[in-house]
Each structure stands twice: as C-alpha cells, then as structure tokens.
Design a protein around this ligand. Structure first.
Ligand SMILES: [Zn+2]
Length: 427
C-alpha cells in the first residue's frame, strides 16, 4: 500500500506542477528574473482592507505580491519542518502532502495550515469555506474516505472532483470528469461553428478552420500534457471530428482520415502528443521549469503513464513533428487512395463559396447524398439512364461535359469546377 500511495501521489504531484506551468512561468518567474526588486509591489501587511486586497488580486501584479508577500515564503519555511509541497498560481494556493495512511496526511496538512493562519488572518483573506481537500489514491475499499482537516476551527469540505487551473481532477487521476466537461464545452462551441455554415452564404473555409482551431481545438487541448496519456482522452475525438465536419461540409459516414486531410488539421491524438513532447523538451532544457532536474518516481503499475517516464522530448519543430507523425499514421492505416491529397496543415485547393466547397469535399471523400445512397429509403433511381447514381458515377456521368477524376478534384481545375457546379446542392 505504501508504494501505491507513493506512486499515485507522485503522479498527482507532477500533475499539479505541470498544470501550474502555464501561469507560473509567465506571471511570476519571468518578471522576477528580469528585476527582482523593481517589479515587486509588496502588499502592506495589516493596512489593506479586504476590498483593497481583492482589487490587487485581479490586477496584473497579483503574482508578485503572492510570491513575495507571504503564502509562498511561509510555505517554503514550513517545508523545512513539514513534508508538504506548495503550488502557487494567481490567487490559488495548493498544498500537497503524501503519506502511507490518511491519519498522518491529515496531521501533516493541519500543521501546514496552522502555520499559514496568522498571515491569512492579518490580511483578512482566510476563507476556510472556499478551501477544499481531496485525497488521491488507488485504495478502492476506502474510495469514500473523506479527509478530516480543519482550518481556523472550520472543517474543510471534501471534494471528489476539485478543479485546479481549469482542470478537473479525480481520485484515480484518470481525468474522466474533465473529459466529460470538456466534451460538453466543445459541443457548445461546435454549435456556434455550425451557425456559420448553415446558411447558403456560409463563411469561407479559411475562416471556419481558424474559428474551429481557436474555439474548439484550443479548448479540447488545454493542459493536455497533463492528461493526454489517459485512456479516456480519446473520448474527446468525436466532438473534434464534428468540428472538422463543420469546416469541410462532409457527412457523418466520411472516413476520419479523409476528414482531417480535407480540414487541413492534424488528428487530435497527434496534436496532443506533440504538445506533450514540447512540454517535455521545456522540462529538459529550461532551468526555470518547475520540473527541471526532477527525478521521476520508479514506475510500478503498467497503467500509470507518468509524464517523465513515458514522454520523449521533441527534437524538431512542433509542425514538422505533427506532419511526420500524421504521415506515418496514414501509411500504417491507409486511407482511401482515391483522394490524391497529401496530408498538410493547410486547406487543400477549393472554392470560397460554401456550397461549392461542401460539394467538392463530398465528391473528394466519396461520401455524399447520391441516389444510390438514398436508395436504402426507397427504390434506386437513375438520373441519366445508364447506371445507378453512385458517388463514382457522379464523376463519369454523361450529363457532365466530360469525365472528371479524383486528381482533377484534388487540384480543383476546370474539370473539377464543372463537375462541382453540376452537382451543386444535389449531393
Ligand atoms: Zn448519370
């Protein structure tokens, strides 16, 4: 049991550190490195009212006073006596402790908190009602065990899913709840994206792609170096596939490999892996990184994929790495060979008109509303009397001026434009 606690809490430990990187580096370390004295505006202890503190708390100097003026200093002093680690970001202070049983952890946390009481009371910022505790372990028989920790005489509430810097945590660190929440958030944003396409006017494909990357992909990839190795991470992919369908106008049965090529975006699993490897490179090379030089705990359980043990530092630029991994994925799982469009992080040739762009992509991917496809709801109908109207027939139908090939569609040349104009609003 001891090792289980050790491993899990070690994992928790780095998770919290990784998450805090985003704001810590920008808000705290950089200014302090530039000029340790001129940037700092210490809070006048004892003279500030609660309102004054709140005003400062939302100001740009927040990171400075929290760093210099106390919680961090107090915590560092306390670390000498108590086996606790503190993590500070913006106005949130997080204290972590690890041990072999719940009672010793409770005692450790109580001692650490009692040392902070004086500072918080003097500055009127102590709020035990807003402070939460959570235990991370794999001991299933004590899954419902709550930590009994009090601060300033108030018992702290136990939270099963605490949120730290926008990431929802859980006892196993599988991030399952985080994915459920993120999925809902991205779905809402997909609805916004769909609004841009559901008229005949539509937005131009470049705008749609930029909007999807800014609204949906950025939300789905937030803090992904911390959680991308979770088995539940792939649950986010269907919502991102939907974002790509909004960009390309493709239908639901379209092959996802084709979908991402047409949208000009690398698949989510590759984007997350590269983000993680970029973070690993920073951890290795940047001395300011909170995990720089950290020795990882020995791995015992196969299911625990620690960031330091299972992520290799990136050796090229992120875009090159994404492209190389994408091409390798396509080689291992060949997509439809008829598209003739190479994988690239930009849109393939096409039309700015939404209706034409949508029709072109359905012709390219071979998945559209052809009469053959609609025949499952009724008898097959012929448009030109030669053969059933399949997606392949659309390219060689006698009603067109001349046959069009997949290569023509990939290049969007005159033949492809004629073909697209013919089947516009039909498929
Ligand atoms: Zn025909």
């Amino acid at each position: 049991m001891q090792t289980e606690y050790f491993n899990v809490l070690e994992c928790w430990h780095w998770v919290m550190k990784i998450i805090s990187i985003f704001s810590l580096i920008d808000q705290i370390w950089k200014p302090l490195r530039m000029d340790a004295t001129s940037c700092v505006a210490p809070l006048e202890v004892g003279s500030s009212s609660v309102v004054d503190i709140q005003r400062k708390a939302v100001g740009p100097r927040l990171g400075h006073w929290t760093l210099i003026d106390s919680p961090r200093v107090l915590c560092e002093i306390h670390c000498l006596w108590f086996p606790v680690h503190q993590l500070l970001s913006q106005d949130d202070l997080c204290i972590t402790a690890q041990g072999t049983d719940f009672i010793s952890i409770e005692e450790t946390l109580k001692d650490a908190l009692s040392g902070l009481t004086t500072y918080y009371e003097v500055n009127h910022v102590a709020n035990p009602a807003k402070t939460q505790v959570c235990a991370f372990h794999l001991r299933n028989k004590e899954a419902k065990r709550q930590l009994n920790v009090s601060w300033c005489g108030t018992p702290l509430s136990h939270s099963e899913h605490p949120v730290y810097l926008g990431v929802t945590l859980d006892r196993y660190l599988t991030f399952k709840t985080h994915f459920t929440k993120t999925k809902a958030k991205v779905s809402t944003r997909n609805n916004i994206l769909r609004k841009l396409t559901n008229t005949r006017w539509g937005a131009c494909p470049k705008t749609l792609r930029a909007t999807a990357l800014a609204l949906c992909f950025s939300t789905a990839e937030y803090a992904c170096p911390a959680w991308e190795r979770s088995t539940h991470a792939k649950k986010l992919d269907p919502t991102l596939n939907e974002s790509c369908r909004c960009i390309t106008g493709c239908l639901k049965p379209t092959n996802t490999n084709n979908l991402y090529i047409l949208a000009g975006i690398a698949p989510p699993v590759i984007r997350r892996a590269v983000a993680s490897r970029t973070e690993r490179r920073r951890q290795t090379t940047d001395e300011r990184h909170p995990l720089h030089g950290h020795v990882p705990a020995p791995s015992r359980l196969k299911s625990r994929k620690s960031f330091l043990n299972s992520t290799a530092p990136l050796e090229t630029t992120p875009s090159e790495a994404r492209l190389a991994m994408w091409k390798e994925k396509l080689n291992n799982h060949p997509h439809s060979p008829t598209m003739h469009i190479p994988a690239a992080e930009s849109l393939p040739p096409g039309d700015n008109n939404w209706a034409k762009w949508k029709c072109l992509n359905r012709l390219r991917s071979g998945m559209g509303r052809s009469r053959e496809a609609l025949s499952r709801w009724g008898p097959t109908m012929f448009d030109c009397g030669t053969e059933p109207q399949t997606m392949e027939h659309l390219l060689r139908c006698p009603l067109l001026g001349g046959p069009c090939t997949a290569k023509d569609l990939a290049l969007y040349n005159t033949k492809a434009q004629q073909c697209t104009n013919h089947w516009l609003d039909i498929i």
